[in-house]
Design a protein around this ligand. Structure first.
Ligand code: FPP
Length: 254
């Protein structure tokens, strides 16, 4: 691992355990080239492949990608269809990559609107990759909206209280976490958004309470290994204090 980090100039830097990405700018990338939006998404899918491979190579344990939001269902029908078909192709094409590299594929979000055949293929691959000794978890947010996720968790907890299975005073952050889609993965250390937009757009709102945020003007289809390395270096150079003072952190480190 040391050699691999050295190769990318990452020796001595802290590699985040979990990186979440908002892959934005596919449409603008295509527009700049007078191509249709789908071409931008197709090119974006190739960057997904590259970033997944690279993440595995440098030992990132969790990578969480925003592929399709709950709001994206209201995009033009052609684009939604194109994105779904891209997902289907991607599941087929990238199966070997996941299995050969011990990467578990995980989905978060409401998949009920995903066409049945595509959903079944995606979930089958998710099951297949979960049954191996995985080294990295690739989570794809699909039909995902953070407010919906939080509301669902609150409702589940309310039902438990109503049924007498849970005491109101026992509800804490861990209770919430256990009801989120992300119950089995740690919170992101670093959240990246491409394309120059400085927003979170309903992504992992609960989970990013203490994450470092990194925004870059680079459009997702242009986002290469080098850009990813820049984000990791910036993360490593920041001081994470989790609400404590520098002195407290220094003391804990001694
Ligand atoms: C945002 O760009 C991107 C999306 C809504 C889709 C992201 C999908 C991919 C990168 C490819 C598919 C991925 C998988 C895992 C199969 P935008 O269209 O909002 O761009 P714009 O803001 O420039 O219009």
């Amino acid at each position: 691992m040391k050699e691999r980090l050295e190769k990318y100039g990452l020796n001595g830097y802290t590699i985040p355990e979990h990186i979440a990405i908002i892959m934005d700018g596919n449409g603008r990338w295509a527009k700049k080239r007078l191509r249709n939006r789908l071409k931008g998404h197709t090119e974006g899918e190739k960057r997904v492949d590259e970033i997944v491979r690279f993440s595995r190579e440098i030992g990132i344990k969790f990578l969480t990608l925003y592929a399709f939001s709950s709001e994206n269902w209201s995009r033009p029908e052609d684009e939604v269809k194109g994105l779904m078909s891209l997902l289907a192709q991607s599941v087929k094409k990238r199966r070997g990559l996941l299995l050969d590299n011990n990467i578990r594929l995980n989905f978060i979000g409401d998949l009920s609107n995903v066409p049945e055949k595509i959903r079944e293929a995606a979930l089958a691959l998710s099951e297949e990759t979960a049954s191996q000794n995985y080294e990295m978890t690739l989570t794809v947010a699909l039909g995902y909206g953070s407010r919906d996720e939080i509301l669902k968790a609150v409702k589940d907890i309310a039902v438990q209280v109503k049924n007498g299975e849970l005491n109101v005073d026992d509800i804490d952050a861990q209770t919430m976490k256990s009801h989120l889609y992300t119950h089995d993965i740690p919170d992101p250390d670093l959240m990246i958004r491409t394309s120059g937009e400085i927003r979170i757009s309903n992504y992992l709102l609960w989970q990013i309470a203490y994450s470092e945020l990194y925004f870059t003007d680079v459009l997702w289809p242009d986002f290469k290994k080098e850009n990813f390395i820049d984000a990791i270096k910036e993360y490593s150079n920041r001081e994470r204090r989790f609400g404590k003072t520098t002195e407290q952190i220094d003391k804990e480190l001694k």
